[in-house]
Design a protein around this ligand. Structure first.
Ligand code: NAD
Length: 380
């Protein structure tokens, strides 16, 4: 069987995780690794028994690298992905695609211009419950959506933030919970509910010695007049993951790993306008949602991308979809920091100028902590 030979750029916590995962994917094989840190590069090369290098150009230029996974800190994703795409090498970029939506645009533009396949590691889409949720919404079973809600409340210790100099700084990652911990939730939220046209947000640093937000909330307004709310944080336990979409003909609710669907055949607003019953309401039927077991997580994206290259299997997480997440992140950060209502699409030049300002005026110094390159299956 033909196999896709992947090279990985950035073999810290996540990149080395992808290298281990690949051993269980018949459609691919790891052929080389790269890390800017020579010791990390060498250790990964030795432990996976593949050649290593410290300059991503050298990895991408290798003839035995068919496709590239970019797993460096976010700021480097665009530069590395665009170089690979322009060499005609397909790319999976780690999430978020980029720190700024203009850089995410440039990645997608490079993929489209060169006709090179491009994916994003938004692996939570592959979970059976989210495939089922997407099916409900995309089949139009909710009718026109008039309210959305996302609560992603999670926890990170100060030691987590101290584990790498780039974490939770404007210069190192360009945002906090929104850009690092919430992107999978924001991906699913925008995958199902689309993008708002206006955002009014509040962001704050509540419980960590960091430079960027550990709490963010936002009111959203959608192009059809629908409203939404989102809340993301890294200072709460136990974790909460709630998403809700309310539409004319039904409501979909996902709480943790429970999914519920209510159908309202007469339509909420149609009933309200037509009924003469003061305390009446239309019939509401809770119906089961069929969930089909399937492979999920990082392995599913790595396999799907390889199968896309080998057999044309449709991508579960195409790179272009990653723009929406970055668009939402930029809008909430910009509104939260300026107090302004922000229109979506975000003004690219304004966001770039804002971020340059945050980086150039920063006086924040990270607490000392040992560098640790560890990731796990729970904390994405
Ligand atoms: N999809 C997921 O579930 C998931 C989970 C964790 C992290 N991530 C993403 O993966 C990326 C890396 O996160 P991590 O936790 O592995 O960080 P990490 O600090 O553990 O590893 C990053 C590695 O990249 C290397 N690096 C930095 N700049 C480089 C460059 N220019 N060229 C080559 N190597 C370079 C660093 O030396 C380091 O070894 C982030 O964008 C993060 O958001 C995704």
């Amino acid at each position: 069987m033909a196999k896709i030979r992947y090279g990985i750029v950035g073999v810290g916590g996540m990149g080395s995780g992808h290298a281990r995962t690949m051993a269980n994917v018949e459609e691919c094989v790891l052929s080389a690794v790269c890390d800017i840190d020579p010791t990390v590069a060498q250790n990964a090369g030795d432990s996976f028994d593949v050649p290593h290098c410290t300059d991503y150009h050298d990895l991408i230029d290798r003839e035995d690298v068919d496709a590239v996974i970019v797993a460096t800190p976010h700021y480097f994703h665009p530069e590395i992905a665009i170089y690979a795409l322009e060499c005609g090498k397909p790319v999976i970029s780690e999430k978020p695609l980029a720190v700024t939506v203009s850089a995410a645009d440039a990645m997608v533009e490079a993929a489209q211009r060169t006709g090179t396949p491009f994916g994003v590691m938004h692996q939570s889409r592959t979970e059976p419950i989210w495939q089922a949720a997407y099916k409900v919404v995309s089949e139009g079973r909710l009718g026109e959506i008039y309210r959305t809600m996302l609560v992603y409340a999670d926890f990170r210790s100060q030691a987590y933030y101290n584990s790498a100099g780039w974490r939770a700084t404007w210069a190192g990652e360009g945002g906090g919970v929104l850009i690092n911990q919430a992107p999978h939730s924001l991906d699913r939220f925008t995958w199902l509910g689309g993008l708002p046209s206006k955002v009014r947000a509040m962001t704050a640093i509540k419980d960590h010695v960091i430079e960027v937000e550990d709490v963010a909330s936002a009111m959203l307004e959608y192009p059809n007049g629908a409203v939404g709310y989102l809340y993301c944080c890294t200072n709460e336990l136990p974790p909460t993951n709630i998403m809700e979409f309310a539409g004319e003909y039904g409501k979909l609710q996902v709480v943790g790993n429970q999914i519920r669907l209510w159908e309202i055949p007469a339509g909420v607003h149609a009933y309200s306008r037509s009924s003469d019953q003061m305390w009446g309401h239309p019939e509401i039927n809770e119906v089961p949602v069929e969930i089909e077991p399937r492979e999920h997580g990082h392995i599913a994206i790595i396999r799907n991308f390889a199968r896309h290259l080998l057999h044309g299997e449709p991508l579960v997480a195409p790179g272009v979809d990653g723009i929406k997440t970055v668009e939402m992140i930029n809008a909430v950060i910009l509104s939260g920091k300026t107090g302004d209502e922000v229109s979506v699409p975000v003004d690219r030049e304004r966001y770039n100028a804002f971020l340059r300002e945050m980086v150039s005026t920063s006086t924040f110094r990270k607490q000392d902590g040992p560098d640790q390159r560890i990731t796990d299956d729970v904390h994405h």
